[in-house]
Ligand binder design. Structure first.
Ligand SMILES: [Zn+2]
Length: 127
């Protein structure tokens, strides 16, 4: 699914607004928070916003540079597209879930994420 700049902007703005609402709700619900509590709340919100930003950047890469087909890294035969799968990544800005094209090698009988994605090969999906 290709998303344009405008759509990504809308999604990021919606996320930022959501974070601001959460902060305001927390302020209403938390009586006399100390500095540590405030820090914890802000760090939690920052992590959520960072994850949304990373998700947006990865999606932009995937739609600008789609990875399709390719050959099996083990036997070199053409891979068959098998739709997409969720990939769970532990990034430095927190955990993100990314939808990625997924392929299957009928000879090796194994599924692979075709190389060439913004997601580095060493950041492999959790099995
Ligand atoms: Zn193979």
């Amino acid at each position: 699914m290709k998303k344009g700049r405008e759509q990504r902007q809308q999604e990021l703005e919606a996320k930022a607004k959501e974070m601001i609402q959460e902060l305001l709700d927390w302020t209403d619900q938390t009586d006399k928070p100390n500095l540590t509590q405030m820090e914890d709340e802000i760090l939690a919100l920052r992590e959520k916003l960072s994850q949304a930003m990373l998700d947006s950047l990865i999606q932009a890469q995937e739609s600008t540079h789609p990875v399709e087909g390719g050959n099996c890294p083990t036997c070199g035969r053409p891979l068959r597209p098998k739709g997409s799968r969720e990939v769970h990544l532990e990034s430095r800005v927190g955990a993100v879930v990314v939808e990625r094209g997924y392929s299957y090698c009928p000879d090796c009988q194994s599924g692979v994420f075709p190389p060439g994605s913004a997601i580095e090969p060493d950041r492999s999906p959790r099995e």
